[in-house]
Structure formats: structure tokens, C-alpha cells
Design a protein around this ligand. Structure first.
Ligand SMILES: NC(=O)c1ccc[n+]([C@@H]2O[C@H](COP(=O)([O-])OP(=O)(O)OC[C@H]3O[C@@H](n4cnc5c(N)ncnc54)[C@H](OP(=O)(O)O)[C@@H]3O)[C@@H](O)[C@H]2O)c1
Length: 252
């Protein structure tokens, strides 16, 4: 497979061992980016590293990283930056997708969702911003969800965690307005990955291959925010936000 060159561009991805993070790594690499790939499962990252190098990718950094560990985040960012020279894009993607009714879902899963999707996400953004401020430029991408638009039955903690992602990035976008730092919020609907394979229904689901291409296209266009795919989710998300509770309650 031939590699297009995107001279000097580099991307750091959390949660790159599976699903969207892994597919974005493949897609960025195909487009000629140097990639820094992180997740807790190092063997999965090393397997991906071998796959990408087999396809001709020149610069692939991998490191085990739990996003809830701030000290590890600082260290891995420093190592990745030394390896890549600079980090142009950070994709804060790592996340878990526990669902269940409030008071029925084991509280350990509620805590894991908050720790990973909120605290871990904010710690990733914090480390990225320290790096970008030193560099004087950078592009922060957060993976939110259409679940951020409306609290759904059995989706309380997941939706709340993604609403936190979207609101946090909204604040960051205002803080960095007019600077060399760009902030993008991407809100996927259903893209076929392990996170949703057990779901009862997956409306408008798209393949992982297509999802990866759409995500990287939007990142390269440096959009402020978008649903993925844009249609029908741009409309559905806004509809969900205004539907009466009596209607939402039937979507159990
Ligand atoms: N797929 C969809 O339809 C969809 C829709 C909306 C939003 N999203 C969001 O997209 C992101 C990726 O999800 P996915 O669909 O690709 O799910 P996935 O296949 O389950 O991948 C989740 C990734 O997150 C990593 N991760 C989990 N906890 C972590 C931690 N504490 N530290 C570091 N990495 C951690 C996992 O790696 P390790 O286990 O190796 O650490 C894995 O690589 C999530 O934020 C999810 O909420 C997905």
C-alpha cells in the first residue's frame, strides 16, 4: 500500500489498542502521519505497530498508558514528543461505555466511567495543553458522543460523561480562541466497535473503516464540532435534545 506524505505531521492517540483509536491510527498512518499510540494493553499496540511498519509507516511510537494516571501521562507525553519532535494533534479518545439504569448498574462501573471518561479525559487534555503551550501550537481533538445531547434511559453515566467532554472542550475553545491552538469535538453516533456490540439496537450504525475515514477527514479539516457521520445525527441529536420526557421514556 502506498503512503501519502503529510510532511512532518504527527498525532498522539489515547485508546489506540481497539476500535476507533486503532482505526484512526491506521487511517492517519496511511495518510503519512507519524503516530504515537497509547492504551493500557501494550501487546495490542505492539501488534498494531508491526502491522503499520509492515505497510511502510516510518515513525510509530507505542507506550502503555492508563489515562487515569496523571504522572504516567506527563511521562508518556514527554517520551512521545522526544520521539516525534513535536506533537501536532492529540486525540483524547480513550473511554468506556457502561450502560445500565441508575441504582441497578454496579457503582464500580459508574466510578470507572467517571474516572476514565471524565477525569482521564481531562488529565489527557491537561497534558496536551502543557505541550501545546510550550510548542505555541497544536490541535486538540476530543471524542464525545451523540449521547451527550440527551440523558437516555440506562445511559445516565455514559451520557453525563460525554456531556462533560463536550462542555469542557467548549470552554477550552473559548480560552484558546485566536491562538495557535485548535479544539475539535467529534460526536459519533454508532460506529461498529466492541464498545457497542452488545447493545440491543444500534440505529444508523456504520462500519469501523468508514467511521475511521470520516473521523480523520473531520480532524484534517479542523472543524470545531461535528456528529459522525454528520447525517442523520446532526438532526437526530437536536431532536433528541427537545423531545418530551414521555417520548424519551419509551426508548428503553
Ligand atoms: N463506537 C462508537 O459507536 C462510539 C460512539 C460514540 C463515542 N464513542 C467513543 O469513542 C471512544 C472509543 O471507543 P471505541 O468505540 O473505540 O471503544 P473500544 O473499542 O472499546 O475502545 C476503547 C479504547 O479505550 C481504551 N481505554 C479504556 N480505558 C482506558 C484507560 N483507563 N486508559 C487508557 N485507555 C483506556 C481501551 O484500551 P485498553 O483497554 O487497552 O486500555 C481501548 O483502546 C470512547 O471514548 C467512546 O466513548 C464511540
Amino acid at each position: 500500500m502506498s503512503l501519502a506524505t503529510t510532511a512532518g505531521k504527527s498525532v498522539f492517540i489515547t485508546g489506540a489498542s481497539s476500535g476507533l483509536g486503532r482505526q484512526m491510527a491506521i487511517e492517519f498512518s496511511r495518510r503519512g502521519y507519524a503516530v504515537a499510540l497509547t492504551a493500557r494493553r501494550l501487546e495490542a499496540l505492539q501488534e498494531l505497530q508491526r502491522e503499520l511498519q509492515g505497510q511502510g509507516a516510518a515513525r510509530v511510537f507505542v507506550a502503555a498508558l492508563d489515562v487515569t494516571d496523571e504522572a504516567a501521562l506527563a511521562q508518556v507525553f514527554a517520551e512521545a514528543r522526544a520521539f516525534l519532535g513535536s506533537i501536532d494533534i492529540v486525540v483524547a479518545n480513550a473511554g468506556v461505555g457502561h450502560h445500565g439504569k441508575i441504582g441497578k448498574l454496579a457503582f464500580a462501573k459508574v466510578r470507572e466511567t467517571v474516572n476514565t471518561n471524565i477525569t482521564g479525559f481531562m488529565a489527557t487534555v491537561d497534558a496536551a495543553m502543557r505541550c501545546f503551550r510550550e510548542q505555541g501550537q497544536g490541535h486538540l481533538v476530543g471524542i464525545s458522543s451523540v449521547a451527550a445531547f440527551r440523558g437516555m434511559p440506562a445511559g445516565g453515566v455514559y451520557g453525563a460523561s460525554k456531556a462533560a467532554v463536550s462542555t469542557y472542550l467548549q470552554a477550552l475553545r473559548a480560552e484558546t480562541y485566536g491562538s495557535g491552538i485548535r479544539v475539535t469535538t467529534l460526536s459519533p453516533g454508532f460506529i461498529d466497535t466492541p464498545i457497542n456490540r452488545g447493545a440491543k439496537s444500534r440505529p444508523f450504525v456504520i462500519t469501523l473503516e468508514r467511521g475511521g475515514k470520516l473521523l480523520v477527514d473531520l480532524i484534517e479539516r479542523r472543524v470545531e464540532r461535528a456528529t459522525v457521520p454528520r447525517w442523520p445525527w446532526a438532526l437526530v441529536a437536536r431532536l433528541l435534545a427537545v423531545l418530551p420526557t414521555a417520548v424519551i421514556a419509551r426508548l428503553k
